[in-house]
Ligand binder design. Structure first.
Ligand SMILES: Cc1cc2nc3c(=O)[nH]c(=O)nc-3n(C[C@H](O)[C@H](O)[C@H](O)COP(=O)(O)OP(=O)(O)OC[C@H]3O[C@@H](n4cnc5c(N)ncnc54)[C@H](O)[C@@H]3O)c2cc1C
Length: 452
């Protein structure tokens, strides 16, 4: 039933997704209270514990555009038009992500979160509460307990509508997990990650800044994304165990030898890599799937709390911002009736979260192993030509995922699998490097169309 009443909405977590969701709801005139366990990081300084910078692409921008903020966020990002692969000899190969001006943006996680908090705070109907950790939720009554992280003082609140935007280790999700017929899986990679810094030189970037740099090395890789201050944040994705691995690099000499062997061209740019290697944390990478996302008519999960994925498609935040945009559409369609909004939200989003989780895992193999190989670059060239000749019929998977807010992730995955079957066969043709331009591109597209 349509409702004119504006329920008081409580959000747990003021990370990237919680802050954006708060803005969407505030714009619809809902009273919103947001509880965040960290101190106000605009004053205390941002200590995220996750990646320092992130790639923002069309889905994330569409989520921001829905509340009029896309252009402002673009201003605090650095456009990256493609990826630059570095081989062990220091040779570079460049591969554009899309065509023309298509790009993804490197943004600082801390800056973006602070910006969204500033924006959400502009609404008089929003109240932000920091140092408030949610410790318990009683789902049937939507009652939750908050504990002040400094004073330990507790309070119990009852929500009319409650969202868990409290990230990959969501407390609200833990409560849902304990209910009947909740399916849950948590899958860690055998790889972890560690961040290292390429500082600015005289305020300038030391590598080309409008590209994402990758040092693909088969079982592991290093990547670098630019920051506005002229530095790059590098991330080493590396196995926890085995040889080489985080476990096998025990001494300074081990680390130096490892970098000299695999990343020699970057050593002159990383003045403190040995120290950083031992002092910066080694973090793990997890895919979390859970179902349901919704309890009753008034409790739901959003963002990483509902779907934490590995970062290899650069889509976790983008997917969370897309959750907010689609939820907003459903609120409008259902005229504020939460009993129908939340089930529809879950139906609309869950298959797409599952799809991007799968795509992100597949892309790890592509990034760490395939991107450096000549046959991969040839395949990308053929696909680019197909896209160029038949822009509506052959859209490369990366383009569907990254440069489209309209194609659902699940549809991108489905079509991507069909394209993969076709391209795998084509790549087996003899002398393709010399003859690829003679391929019957029209026939290839016809085959894809017939399989769709
Ligand atoms: C190495 C790495 C690289 C990544 N790169 C990209 C990328 O390039 N592009 C991209 O789109 N995504 C990327 N991601 C994913 C992205 O970081 C997440 O998808 C995004 O942060 C999810 O936002 P969120 O608001 O749902 O969760 P979070 O950002 O985790 O925010 C959750 C908030 O809830 C708070 N909280 C937690 N528990 C409680 C509690 N009990 N009570 C109150 N508050 C609580 C936390 O303090 C936090 O502020 C990357 C992730 C990693 C790990």
């Amino acid at each position: 039933m349509p409702t004119n009443r504006h329920e008081h909405i409580h959000l747990l977590g003021a990370g990237l997704v919680g802050s954006l969701l708060g803005i969407y709801l505030a714009k619809k005139n809902y009273p919103v209270s947001i509880y965040e366990r960290r101190p106000d990081f605009r004053k205390a300084g941002y200590a995220g514990g996750r990646s320092i910078n992130l790639a923002l692409s069309d889905r994330g921008l569409a989520g921001l555009a829905g509340v009029g903020l896309a252009e402002k966020v673009r201003q605090i990002g650095i456009a990256m038009y493609g990826r630059t692969m570095h081989d062990t000899k220091g040779n570079l190969a460049y591969q554009p992500y899309g065509v023309g001006e298509q790009c993804i943006y490197a943004v600082s996680r801390g800056k973006l979160n602070e910006f969204l908090l500033d924006e959400v705070e502009k609404y008089p109907n929003v109240k932000l509460h920091f140092d408030q950790r949610c410790t318990e939720v009683d789902l049937p009554t939507a009652t939750f307990t908050l504990q002040h992280t400094q004073t330990q003082q507790q309070q119990h609140l009852k929500a009319e509508v409650l969202f868990g935007s409290d990230g990959a280790f969501s407390g609200l999700r833990s409560a849902i997990q304990k209910t009947d017929r909740c399916n849950y899986s948590q899958q860690y990679l055998a790889h972890g990650y560690k961040e290292l810094t390429i500082p600015a030189k005289n305020g300038q970037h030391q590598l080309e800044k409008h590209t994402l740099h990758i040092w693909p090395r088969g079982g592991f890789m290093l990547i670098a994304l630019p920051n506005l201050d002229g530095s790059f944040t590098c991330t080493l994705f590396f196995p926890f165990e085995g040889n080489p691995s985080f476990a096998s690099l025990q001494t300074e000499q081990d680390v130096i030898h490892f970098f000299e062997t695999y990343f020699a061209d970057v050593i002159p740019l990383l003045p403190n890599f040995v120290e950083e290697f031992f002092t910066n944390p080694t973090s793990s990478l997890v895919t979390i799937r859970t179902q349901p996302w919704v309890f009753g008519s008034n409790v739901a999960l959003i963002g990483d709390a509902a779907h934490a994925i590995v970062p290899f498609y650069g889509q976790g935040m983008n997917a969370g911002f897309e959750d907010c945009r689609i939820l907003n559409q459903i609120i409008e369609q259902e005229q504020g009736n939460w009993a129908t909004i939340l089930p529809q939200y879950q139906t609309a989003r869950q298959p797409n979260a599952d799809a991007i989780a799968e795509l992100a895992l597949l892309n790890f193999v592509e990034m760490r192993d395939l991107v450096g190989k000549p046959e991969f670059l040839l395949r990308k060239k053929i696909e680019a030509k197909l896209h160029n000749l038949f822009p509506q019929q052959w859209i490369p998977l990366y383009t569907m995922v990254t440069f489209s807010a309209e194609t659902p992730y699940s549809e991108a995955l489905r079509i991507g699998k069909l394209q993969d079957q076709i391209m795998t066969r084509i790549m087996q043709q003899p002398n393709l490097t010399e003859n690829w331009e003679q391929l019957d591109f029209e026939q290839i597209v016809r085959e894809l169309e017939s399989k769709k």
